[in-house]
Ligand binder design. Structure first.
Ligand SMILES: [Zn+2]
Length: 343
C-alpha cells in the first residue's frame, strides 16, 4: 500500500531558484518527449543521455514515465490528433536520488546536492518512519514549497471481524449500521445545504456586479469548508468502525446517481465521490476493507420480512410492524447484504 506524506520545505533563495529551474527543465523535457511520441505516433525509446544534463539521473526516468502516461491517456481518449502539453510545475525524484534525515538531501544535476530544511508535524514524521520512501515530488503551492513523499507500507492486518453498512445521502450525509446491531448518524446535511445555497446566492449577486476578485476568493473558501466537512465525516465513520471492530465497510455504488444529479443541477450539494474516496483512503490505512454493492431496493426492502415498501418522507413503515427512519433501513440492508455474503 502506498501513502503520501506532505512536508513543507524552507529552501534558501538560492535553493528555491534551483528548484524552480528544475521544475522548468522537467516540464520542457516531458513536453519534448511527448512531441517525439506524437511525431512517431507511438511510444519510442528515448535514451537518458539525450535529456537535459541538469536533471538528476533518476528524475529522467520520471520524465519518460510522465510523458508515456500522458501519451497513453491521449490515445485512450482518442485525442492524439490534438497535441497535449504537460502543464505541471514540479520536479520528481526517485528514492536513489534523495535521503531524509534532519534535512532533505536532494541530488541535483549529476554531481551537486541540495540540503533543504523542512518542517513536518508529528503525524507526518510518524508516517515517514513507517515505511520505505519510494519517490518524491516538489512543487510551489500558494507561495510555499511543498514536498510530497510516496511511502510504501506493508498492508495492515484486518482489524476486526464484524461488518458495517453505510448509507450515504443528501439530507443525512451518512448512516451506519453494524452487524452487532449498532446504528450511528454522521454529519449534518442541512449544514452542507446551507453553505451551498448561501454561497450560490452570494455568487449570483457578485456575478451581477462583475466582481470577479471576490468570486475567486469565495469559491476557494467554500470548497475548503465542504472538504473539511467530508474529512470530519469520514474520520468519524472510521473511528466508529475501529471502535466496533469492523473488518469490512459496505457502501452502495452510487456513481451513476451522482452523475444524474450533477447534470440536472448547476451546483451539486452532494459529494458522494469525494466522501467515498476519503473513506476508502482512511479505511485502507487501518486495514478495513471497503466493498461496493448495487443500490437496488436497499431503502425499500424491510429488514425484518423482506417486503418492499415505499417510505413516505423519511419514515419507513412495513405491514409486519417494522418502523424506522428510512436511512436506517438502507444502512441495515446494506449491512445485511454484506453479512449474508460473507457467511
Ligand atoms: Zn416487514
Amino acid at each position: 500500500m502506498y501513502l503520501t506524506s506532505k512536508i513543507i520545505l524552507h529552501p534558501t533563495p538560492l535553493q528555491a531558484q534551483t528548484l524552480k529551474n528544475l521544475a522548468t527543465i522537467y516540464k520542457t523535457e516531458v513536453n519534448e518527449c511527448l512531441r517525439k511520441f506524437q511525431l512517431n505516433q507511438k511510444i519510442i525509446w528515448i535514451p537518458y543521455s539525450t535529456l537535459d544534463q541538469n536533471l538528476p539521473w533518476e528524475s529522467k526516468k520520471e520524465v519518460i514515465k510522465e510523458a508515456t502516461k500522458i501519451f497513453r491517456d491521449c490515445i485512450r481518449n482518442k485525442s492524439n490528433a490534438t497535441p497535449t502539453r504537460f502543464k505541471g510545475d514540479y520536479c520528481k525524484w526517485h528514492c536513489d536520488s534523495f535521503t531524509l534525515d534532519y534535512k532533505l538531501n536532494l541530488q541535483v544535476g549529476q554531481q551537486s546536492k541540495l540540503s533543504i530544511e523542512f518542517y513536518a508535524d508529528d503525524y507526518q514524521k510518524e508516517l515517514l518512519s513507517s515505511g520505505c520512501l519510494t519517490s518524491l515530488k516538489i512543487e510551489k503551492k500558494d507561495k510555499k514549497w511543498v514536498c510530497y513523499i510516496k511511502i510504501l507500507k506493508s498492508d495492515p492486518q484486518p482489524y476486526g471481524e464484524h461488518v458495517m453498512g453505510v448509507d450515504m445521502g443528501i439530507k443525512v450525509p451518512a448512516v451506519a449500521a453494524t452487524s452487532t446491531g449498532k446504528i450511528r448518524f454522521f454529519g449534518n446535511g442541512r449544514k452542507v445545504r446551507y453553505i451551498c445555497t448561501s454561497q450560490t446566492s452570494r455568487l449570483s449577486k457578485l456575478m451581477k456586479n462583475n466582481n470577479y476578485r471576490l468570486i475567486r476568493k469565495m469559491d476557494h473558501k467554500w470548497g475548503n469548508r465542504l472538504l473539511t466537512i467530508d474529512h470530519q465525516i469520514s474520520k468519524s465513520i472510521i473511528e466508529f468502525a475501529i471502535q466496533e471492530k469492523i473488518s469490512t465497510i459496505t457502501l452502495e455504488n452510487l456513481a451513476y446517481i451522482q452523475k444524474r444529479i450533477d447534470s440536472g443541477k448547476k451546483i451539486s450539494t452532494w459529494s458522494y465521490m469525494r466522501l467515498k474516496s476519503f473513506l476508502e483512503y482512511k479505511a485502507q490505512k487501518h486495514g478495513i476493507k471497503i466493498q461496493m454493492i448495487n443500490p437496488h431496493n436497499t431503502s425499500k426492502r424491510c429488514p425484518k420480512c423482506n417486503r418492499l415498501n415505499h417510505s413516505s418522507k423519511r419514515e419507513y413503515k412495513c405491514a409486519c410492524g417494522f418502523k424506522s427512519h428510512r436511512d436506517i433501513v438502507g444502512a441495515i440492508n446494506i449491512c445485511n447484504y454484506s453479512s449474508s455474503k460473507s457467511n
